[in-house]
Ligand binder design. Structure first.
Ligand SMILES: [Zn+2]
Length: 74
């Protein structure tokens, strides 16, 4: 049996954050980042301020977040 998702070699895992142009509408910092977040409501794609963690944008993301199923590529 082939394991599709082997155990990660890294001690800690984290999502990739992408810098976003613009300023935080709450504190004014130019430190916006986009990344997926898992909450009690499921996965969300958010743009948050790196300074105060204010959510500038939050929309429902893919059902499994960053996990992509092989069936997604068919
Ligand atoms: Zn802020």
């Amino acid at each position: 049996m082939t394991i599709a998702h082997p155990r990660p070699a890294e001690a800690r895992l984290s999502v990739q954050r992408q810098s976003v142009q613009g300023r935080c509408s709450e504190c004014g910092a130019a430190a916006l980042q986009a990344y997926p977040v898992l909450s009690e409501g499921g996965w969300f794609d958010v743009v948050k301020c790196g300074g105060c963690l204010w959510s500038v944008e939050r929309k429902a993301g893919p059902k499994l977040g960053p996990i992509q199923l092989l069936s997604d590529f068919i």
